[in-house]
Structures are given as structure tokens and as C-alpha cells.
Write a protein that binds this ligand. Structure first.
Ligand code: NDP
Ligand code: 8X3
Length: 254
């Protein structure tokens, strides 16, 4: 088999773009997300376009038993996972803390922190056995800064930052690389999800400047995996040229 790469949240945005680029570069893929129909379509396209093997698992990363089922049902030949891209995640809602929807908080904490932890706990022992592997965590500029109404989402991405540092220390003796990629504004399904399906409001987030595309982040994710065994990139903060920090974006009037 080719190098095996696991991508969570491959049904959309950054994860989908990662699937495309890693397949283009002849990685066999394990792609995950909740939407089975999308996974099936993406899998068929990647197999036919790039001739790689693709396994798909539709599950909710928040559910520990579903993550356990995923790892326990991996065929033997697919256990030699070289790269794990912990990408699945979301922001839900954009409210001040005193008006926040507690279900939204639970969803963000369960997905962005606990889901990432469940996947890492499941996959890292397989990497340890081989003394080789690379975990890429998709953090955010929201893990470096906090902005109005970002409260819980920012907290989950600060947690991804802390966990990336912690994983790097714990996995060091086994030669496993850990890279955090922290994007600024990327035009994906992200704002549509955050704003609960309000397409007009979501489109406005990306108006008046050129945001990143999922592909821009995917190319960086692929790049960090191509470096020699003795070189690791710990951290990348990647923003559109029009974005100086989490709250300062130079927008032209449209
Ligand atoms: P999208 O909404 O386009 O993609 C999110 C992906 O996460 C989907 O594939 C979705 O799959 C998956 N996902 C969400 N919840 C779950 C769940 N409970 N179980 C399994 N999969 C889940 O957004 P992005 O591509 O932008 O987001 C990817 C990552 O990038 C996220 O971690 C986000 O926080 C981060 N990020 C995004 C930025 C942006 O501006 N877009 C900037 C910085 C970071 P499905 O719905 O099929 O389950
Ligand atoms: C997504 C980018 O700036 O909305 O993580 O937090 S931002």
C-alpha cells in the first residue's frame, strides 16, 4: 500500500481539500465525517482520478463508542497509519457569553476538543508501534487570540493549541511529529455552520477581500509531511494577505 493518511472532516472545506491533495500525491486515504453520501462521492472521485485506495467511515467524532468502532474495525493492512489530520471541527453560534446557547457550547467542546482527543488516543498507539507518524491538528487564529462573541469557540481552539504542545512532548520519544496549523479566514462551510445556515450573512464574512481557500491550508498540510525525518514544523499561522489578526481585515467596499 501507499502511505496511509487519515483525515477527519473530509466531507467539506479544508478536510475535503486535504483529501484531494494527499490523493493527488498517491496517499491511500481513510476519510471520515458524518455525511456518508458525501464521503461516498468523494471516495469514488479520488479513486477514479488518482488510482489510490480510499476507506470511508461515517461517524460522529463526538461519540467515543463510534471512534472505538472505527479503530477496531480497521482492516490489518490499514493500521499502518502514517499521518492523522485532526481537522473535523466547527463554531456554533456567535453570541456573547451571557446569551450563549449551551447546546452550542457542548457541541463545540465535544467536537473540537474531545473528538480530537478520541481520534488521537485511537490512532497514536498504532504510530507508536511503528515508531513513526505525523499528527496535524487544525487549530485556528482563534486559538491565539480571543474576539467578541468568539468565547467558547476561541477556548476550544486554545485547547487545541495546548494539546498540540502536550502531544508533541508525550510523543517525542517515539519519533512522532506533531504540527499545528492555525488558519485565519478560510472560505468553507465554516461560517454557514456558525451562523446556522444564514447564507447571506455567511457570504458577507468573505466579502471585500480575498479569503483563503481550503486548498491553501491543504497545500501547507501536505508540505509539512514532505520534510526530512529530522525536520518538523511545530506551528503555522496562515492568514489571507488582507488579514492582520483575528479582528483586523482590510475590506474594500463592495
Ligand atoms: P467545514 O464546515 O467546511 O468543514 C467541517 C468538517 O468537520 C466537515 O467535514 C464536517 O463533516 C466535520 N465535522 C463537524 N462536526 C463533526 C462531527 N461531530 N463528527 C465528525 N465530523 C464532523 O469547515 P472548515 O473546513 O473550515 O473546518 C475545518 C476545521 O478548520 C475546523 O476544525 C475549523 O475549526 C478549522 N478552522 C476553520 C477556519 C475557517 O475560517 N474556515 C479557520 C480556522 C480554523 P460532517 O458535517 O459531514 O460531519
Ligand atoms: C475560524 C477563524 O477568525 O472565525 O477559526 O475564528 S475565526
Amino acid at each position: 500500500m501507499n502511505k496511509i493518511t487519515v483525515i477527519t472532516g473530509a466531507t467539506s472545506g479544508i478536510g475535503n481539500a486535504c483529501a484531494e491533495i494527499f490523493a493527488q500525491n498517491q496517499h491511500d486515504l481513510i476519510i471520515t465525517g458524518r455525511r456518508a453520501d458525501r464521503l461516498e462521492k468523494i471516495s469514488a472521485e479520488l479513486k477514479s482520478e488518482y488510482g489510490v485506495q480510499v476507506l470511508l467511515f461515517a461517524f460522529d467524532i463526538r461519540k467515543r463508542q463510534e471512534v472505538d468502532y472505527f479503530i477496531n474495525s480497521l482492516p490489518e493492512a490499514w493500521k499502518d497509519i502514517k499521518i492523522l489530520i485532526n481537522n473535523a471541527g466547527l463554531a456554533a453560534g456567535f453570541d456573547p457569553i451571557q446569551e450563549g446557547n449551551i447546546d452550542d457550547w457542548e457541541q463545540m467542546i465535544d467536537t473540537n476538543i474531545k473528538g480530537l482527543l478520541y481520534m488521537t488516543r485511537a490512532v497514536s498507539p498504532l504510530m507508536i508501534e511503528k515508531r513513526e507518524g505525523h499528527i496535524i491538528n487544525i487549530g485556528s487564529i482563534a486559538g491565539r487570540e480571543v474576539y467578541a462573541n468568539g468565547n467558547v469557540y476561541c477556548a476550544t481552539k486554545h485547547a487545541v493549541d495546548a494539546l498540540s504542545k502536550g502531544m508533541r512532548i508525550d510523543l517525542l520519544p517515539y519519533g512522532i511529529k506533531v504540527t499545528q496549523i492555525a488558519p485565519g479566514a478560510v472560505e468553507t462551510g465554516f461560517s454557514i455552520v456558525r451562523l446556522k445556515g444564514d447564507l447571506e450573512k455567511a457570504a458577507k464574512v468573505y466579502q471585500g477581500y480575498k479569503p483563503l481557500k481550503g486548498k491553501d491550508i491543504a497545500e501547507a498540510a501536505y508540505y509539512v509531511t514532505t520534510l526530512p525525518a529530522h525536520v518538523n514544523i511545530n506551528d503555522l499561522l496562515i492568514v489571507p494577505t488582507a488579514q492582520a489578526n483575528a479582528t483586523t481585515v482590510f475590506k474594500k467596499k463592495v
